[in-house]
Design a protein around this ligand. Structure first.
Ligand SMILES: Nc1ncnc2c1ncn2[C@@H]1O[C@H](COP(=O)(O)OP(=O)(O)OP(=O)(O)O)[C@@H](O)[C@H]1O
Length: 275
């Protein structure tokens, strides 16, 4: 369980990025973090994984405080699995080696230098590759994979760490709509089956609504919405994004859905020999 209490961040330049943010994420629950540019989403994620020191407030992971000053950074980081928009794989290494790199926070320097991982780590990596559907690709170099496959490697690597929390930054921003949905479905399923809490920083509100258990909307450093996706109505979206911005976002989401439906229809017609 993740507990964030009164998290506040004022950058030296003067920006008040977070203003007393509090919430709890239960095991297995996936939270979509939404909000306009500059709302404080990245700052919140960075305070939890300790890339940024909060000005005030505390973060607890399974009841142990992980805010700066509380425990050593390396130990805290290995309890948190990160998944990134651009995957952050080592392109010239194989899929298996990339997944095993999730263990680097645990094995000794020399072991990792010679890439000698314990048998248990390798078995787990095979299990995870199977779970994300990449068993046949274990020996391929990362740069030979598609975007969706790379993100699956990113997910397996984060899980190889045996994390207690997943922090996920725009996991689908570089993917097409169909692959985005597959990746979101996979993340949510895995969190449920492993009882992992997760926060996903996500711009695509429609996609978030389709998959996550709960949405937290930030605006100017404050939580202005925290509820199940079905409660994210027009009034809530206006509170988060302001009138004009969310109307424009809804238009883009509808266009994307239409494009997708048209592409599917065209494929069906082609297969049926209609065109
Ligand atoms: N390193 C920094 N130094 C100073 N100010 C910063 C820094 N990082 C972010 N800010 C400011 O803090 C506020 C919140 O920024 P943050 O990046 O957390 O927002 P965001 O919601 O993640 O935006 P986006 O969706 O555009 O990534 C903004 O006003 C931003 O300019």
């Amino acid at each position: 369980m993740l507990r964030v209490e009164g998290l506040t961040k004022r950058y030296k330049a003067g920006d008040h990025a977070l203003k007393g943010v509090s919430f709890t994420v239960e095991p297995g629950q996936v939270v979509g973090l939404i909000g306009p540019s500059g709302a404080g989403k990245s700052t919140l994620i960075r305070c939890v994984n300790r890339l940024v020191d909060p000005t005030a407030g505390k973060v607890f992971l399974n009841d142990a405080e992980i805010t700066s000053g509380a425990g050593d950074l390396r130990r805290v980081r290995r309890r948190i699995g990160m998944i990134f928009q651009e995957y952050a794989l080592v392109e010239r290494l194989t899929v298996m080696e990339n997944v095993l790199s999730g263990r680097l926070g645990y094995v000794s320097f020399w072991r990792s230098f010679f890439r000698r991982f314990p048998a248990g780590d390798i078995e787990q990596a095979f299990r995870l590759l199977d779970r994300v559907g990449l068993t046949e690709h274990a020996d391929k170099r990362a740069d030979a994979l598609s975007g969706g496959q790379r993100q699956r490697v990113g997910i397996a690597r984060a899980l190889e760490q045996n994390p207690e929390l997943l922090l996920i930054d725009e996991p689908t921003a570089s993917l097409d709509p169909k692959t985005s949905r597959q990746i979101m479905r996979l993340i949510v399923e895995i969190c449920r089956e492993s009882n992992l809490p997760a926060i996903i920083n996500i711009h695509d509100v429609a996609l978030a609504q389709m998959f996550v258990d709960r949405i937290i909307g930030l605006r100017a450093g404050e939580v202005v919405f925290d509820d199940v996706p079905s409660r994210l109505d027009n009034a809530a979206l206006t509170a988060i994004y302001g009138e004009e911005d969310w109307a424009a976002m809804r238009k883009t989401a509808e266009d994307d859905a239409e494009d997708d439906a048209e592409a599917t229809q065209a494929r069906i017609e082609r297969m049926a020999g209609l065109v």
